[in-house]
Design a protein. Structure first.
Length: 271
């Protein structure tokens, strides 16, 4: 694990695989950390790709900014991290909130994005109902901590049947959620409540895009993934069976296969 001070925070990150490999930036969702992507990072680094997996500001080992952290703040952090690493362009992948950060990075810094991998995420702006919910949840996490919330949502983060069928995966996901600093989680929730609409950004993308979604995702169902696919001219889609909102954790081999095929056939072959 590495650390760098940038934009007023300490970011911790993994930089794996050969330094000359095609760079792949993997962005975790809420309320997790960089190890959410561990099965994919290992597979990609083993295949010769350079994998950069950061803990976002407020998550994992990275520094916490209290109050509100916008998706644009996360995107600017990641652009600064790429600058620090000397990476001009990377394949940018994100899951859930991480997918929205990837879209924000494409919106703000399109020259840094070689291709997009969008997993279990959605493109429209937050609704008024969603804004109220996220702000209430932020208040709750600050008052109660992460444990109760983590126990409540584990059956939605994973497909409900996988909580019992995959106890080690469930414990890993629960551990990440419980270890998250409530102040970091709350700041991200308040910022995400103000997220913009990314549909115009996606419609303008002229680079390869892989859309991944768990077949039984209840947060961002297959219909949300199909809506993104229909927006993007050069998109492919992989529906991962027997998975919910975190298919990379639930069915890592299937997600790894989709990623490696996409990188080999759609990205590495393009200028």
């Amino acid at each position: 694990m590495n650390a760098i001070e940038l934009r007023g925070a300490t970011l911790h990150y993994d930089d794996l695989g050969p330094s000359a490999g095609l760079p792949v930036l993997l962005i975790h969702g809420h309320p997790f950390n960089r190890t959410l992507w561990a099965p994919q990072a290992e597979a990609l680094a083993g295949a010769g790709y350079r994998v950069v997996a950061p803990d976002l500001r407020g998550y994992g080992h990275s520094g916490v900014t209290r109050g509100k952290v916008l998706l644009s703040d996360f995107a600017d952090d990641l652009a600064a991290l790429l600058d620090h690493l000397g990476v001009e362009r990377a394949v940018v992948g994100g899951v859930s909130m991480g997918g929205q950060i990837a879209m924000e990075l494409e919106h703000r810094h399109p020259e840094r994005v070689r291709a997009l991998v969008l997993s279990d995420t959605s493109a429209p702006a937050e609704t008024e109902e969603g804004k109220a919910f996220r702000n209430r949840l932020a208040d709750r996490l600050l008052a109660e901590g992460m444990d109760g919330y983590a126990s409540e949502v584990i059956g939605k983060m994973l497909a409900a049947y996988n909580v019992t069928a995959m106890p080690e995966v469930a414990e890993r996901v629960l551990g990440m959620m419980r270890a998250t600093d409530p102040h970091g989680a709350a700041a991200a929730l308040r910022g995400r409540a103000e997220r913009p609409d990314y549909r115009d950004t996606l419609a303008a993308v002229r680079k390869p895009v892989l859309i991944v979604v768990g077949a039984d995702d209840v947060y961002t169902p297959v219909a949300d993934a199909e809506a993104i696919r229909d927006l993007v001219p050069d998109a492919t889609m992989a529906v991962i069976e027997k998975a919910g909102h975190l298919p990379g954790a639930e069915q890592p081999e299937d997600v790894n296969a989709a990623l490696l095929d996409f990188l080999a056939t759609r990205v590495a072959t393009r200028d």
